[in-house]
Design a binder for this molecule. Sequence first.
Ligand code: CU
Length: 144
Amino acid sequence: MDYHSFSFAHCRHIWFYILQKIIRISAVKERMLYDLKQFEVRAGQPVKLEFVNPDAISHNLVIIRPGTEESVGLEVNRMIADPKQIEIGQYIPETDAILFHTEIVPPNSSETLRFIAPKEPGNYPYICTFPGHWTIMKGVMVVK
Ligand SMILES: [Cu+2]
């Protein structure tokens, strides 16, 4: 169940807030890195993830299925070669390998993602799909 199919009535239940995992990840200034390389959540746990970008260039945060880093990255590379995609400027390939993602977050701004962690335990990579970043700018969400 993803966040969007989670009804508001449930969200307002006190247990939702008690069980919710709050994560804050920042881009590292002048480096193509996240300040958090790994975090843990429980399977099916509500997650509030704040992504902060204090850097001078744009970044995003894209959570993908285990083992799909290479294939998503290659699709991003293909998008970069497409002038139409550069104009759109979001670099989110149409693939079910992508579970949750922020928009491209401009310098000195942030975006908060709310989602329900996958039910399947595993290592879910998160990557920045801004052109040229995905091979370096990444981390792992460990679902237990
Ligand atoms: Cu980036």
